[in-house]
Design a protein around this ligand. Structure first.
Ligand SMILES: NC(=O)c1ccc[n+]([C@@H]2O[C@H](COP(=O)([O-])OP(=O)(O)OC[C@H]3O[C@@H](n4cnc5c(N)ncnc54)[C@H](OP(=O)(O)O)[C@@H]3O)[C@@H](O)[C@H]2O)c1
Length: 245
């Protein structure tokens, strides 16, 4: 089981103040990792840090300056979970520059700039593993998700290029494509959709909606040596939603 451990590894987790990122932090700590916890909300980060240790860096990553500030606070890491993100449904005819920028900045620019800058500054150790939290919706889009799903798809492509360019340093890069997980995102979805529509959608999940810990367990695998032969791929976590698609 040692292969699944994260002893002596330093893992950076963005979006660690909430939902999937928070669950990743808790599970990584149980597996022995030293953590760097990133998010915007300092008091929520403090609470997570009380439970799992680690240092906190409160920065808004939707700006390049925020990303640069986070990079400055980091020495070297053995793994990253990019979980910071927002989901804001918008009908096609309402999509405009403001909406595109808002979704792009945190869902695409932040993980891309963060990864590329850390690599350029040699702050990602050889043998490290990078995990991007993407979405099943990049392959199976939904109404209202034009911009979100497009940038998640772009992120998946970026991840593959990281895998291609950094394999010689044994740095691996993978995405988790999650379907609906019980976080603030699901709460917002519940509030924005008619109950009947959501109930019908839920019936398509053979194993029901996911919990943040389900994603964290997959992230743990991808961060650990147990997945040393896995790079440039997308791991689907969807409770069976697309099994028959
Ligand atoms: N839940 C789902 O159904 C689902 C499905 C597929 C993919 N995902 C992806 O999973 C990731 C995590 O989402 P979640 O469900 O865990 O949602 P969540 O509970 O709302 O967590 C989002 C996290 O992102 C951080 N964040 C948002 N904007 C930020 C910014 N400008 N700068 C820095 N941090 C920022 C938040 O920090 P603060 O709270 O401190 O602001 C929070 O920690 C997202 O990338 C999302 O696209 C979620």
């Amino acid at each position: 089981m040692e292969q699944f451990g994260l002893q002596n590894k330093t893992i950076l987790i963005t979006g660690a103040s909430s939902g999937i990122g928070r669950a990743c932090a808790l599970e990584c700590a149980k597996s022995g990792a030293n953590l760097i916890l990133s998010g915007r909300n300092e008091s929520k980060l403090d609470e997570v840090s009380k439970d799992c240790g680690g240092s906190i860096v409160a920065e808004d990553l939707s700006s390049s300056q925020g990303v640069a500030n986070l990079v400055d606070c980091i020495q070297n890491v053995d793994g990253i979970v990019h979980a910071a993100g927002i989901v804001k449904p918008f009908p096609i005819s309402f999509v405009g520059e403001k909406h595109i920028r808002e979704i792009q900045n945190i869902n695409f620019n932040a993980p891309v700039e963060l990864t590329s800058t850390l690599l350029r500054k040699k702050k990602i150790n050889n043998g490290a593993s990078i995990v991007f939290i993407s979405s099943i919706s990049s392959s199976f889009p939904y109404k209202g998700g034009a911009v979100y799903t497009a940038f998640k798809a772009a992120l998946e492509t970026y991840s593959k290029v990281v895998a291609l360019e950094y394999a010689h340093k044994n740095i691996r890069s993978n995405c988790i494509k999650a379907a609906l997980v019980n976080t603030r995102v699901l709460e917002e979805t519940v509030n924005s959709l008619p109950e009947e529509l959501l109930e019908n959608h839920k019936k398509k999940y053979l194993l029901g909606f996911g919990e943040p810990e389900d994603v964290a367990n997959a992230a743990l695998f991808l961060l650990s040596e147990a997945s040393r032969w896995v790079t440039g791929t997308n791991l689907i976590l969807d409770g069976g939603l697309t099994a028959g698609a």
